[in-house]
Write a protein that binds this ligand. Structure first.
Ligand code: DO4
Ligand code: MG
Length: 300
């Protein structure tokens, strides 16, 4: 089952399920007090609960997913929204060898911290974004005004219920300022958490079974003036940790009343000479989930 969150003129936000290429709406943000996903994630088995709800409710007229994917973020046309309502977005770091090496290279004096966390039992976890900092498909992601070296981080992102059950997957972009995090590891929250520093979408793939670690292919491409300026790929089987292990650490003495998204780390880092520029377009493709595409902005 694939869950889609989109905006429809006159109706506002709506949630639909994908059947073949068509999204069938069955709940509106307004009708659910802006908390449809939050209430779903409070069920012991959210995927079963959704299947039951969907069987009972009257489905609205369908809309083509391709049309939504191609639509600009414009209040006059139906377009995709980030697939969340009240969830926090958490992130894991240094879960791939490539990220460990990149962090050690960029870091002025903090290199051994990254080396140690890669091998340690306890993973690096941090709060990446609250819902208002998250962009949906085709909406801008941002590079900070006060940063000179910025990258997208393409990350398989797990959806977790309020009791810590892995219930689905989406694509995430953990946009980061490498010069700020490299200057001092204590600056990490500023390198990671700011407006439009995170993108999620285009859909949530809900799984009926918990599967520890799917071998998801992840490809990042970056376009500049219509030409490709970077392309790189990885697979989640290169991760040093399992999704379930990361989620178990996230749940320790934590509360996730609305469920949460957990970005599982990047395994693709462009070379040190590369920085994002305003006007670039970032595409992150995962065959099972589609493509998350976002233009890059900076400044006012
Ligand atoms: O420690 C810095 C963060 C690393 C990160 O975000 C990643 O590996 O994806
Ligand atoms: Mg990251």
């Amino acid at each position: 089952m694939k869950l889609v969150h989109y905006y429809s003129p006159g109706q506002g936000g709506a949630w639909g399920l994908l059947e073949f290429d068509t999204v069938h709406p069955f709940a509106t943000d307004e009708g659910c007090g802006g908390a449809f996903l939050s209430s779903l994630l409070q069920w012991p088995n959210p995927v079963e609960a959704l299947a039951a709800i969907y069987g009972e409710v009257q489905r609205g007229e369908g809309i083509s997913l391709d049309e939504l994917l191609a639509a600009p973020v414009d209040p006059h046309v139906p377009h995709l929204l980030a697939p969340l309502d009240l969830q926090e977005v958490w992130a894991a770091g240094v879960t791939y060898q490539r990220s460990k090496v990149a962090r050690m290279e960029e870091s002025v004096g903090g290199g051994s911290f990254y080396d140690r966390v890669y091998d340690a039992e306890r993973p690096e976890l941090f709060l990446k974004a609250t819902p208002s900092r998250v962009s949906g498909p085709n909406a801008p992601v941002r590079i900070r005004k006060d940063a000179a070296w910025n990258v997208p981080e393409p990350e398989l992102t797990v959806l977790v219920s309020s009791t810590g059950r892995i219930v689905g997957y989406t694509i995430g972009n953990d946009v980061s300022s490498r010069d700020i995090e490299g200057e001092n590891p204590l600056y990490l929250p500023q390198a990671k958490v700011y407006r439009q520093s995170c993108a999620l979408g285009p859909v949530i793939w809900l799984e009926t079974e918990e599967i520890e670690r799917r071998p998801f292919d992840i490809t990042l491409t970056i376009e500049r003036n219509g030409a490709e300026v970077f392309s790189g790929s990885t697979n989640t089987n290169q991760m040093r940790r399992t999704f379930a292990d990361l989620v178990s650490w996230l749940m320790r003495d934590n509360v996730l009343p609305h469920g949460a998204f957990l970005m599982t780390g990047t395994g693709v880092v462009p070379g040190d000479e590369f920085t994002l520029l305003p006007g670039d377009v970032v595409n992150i493709a995962v065959p099972e989930l589609g493509v998350l595409r976002n233009p890059v902005v900076q400044g006012d």
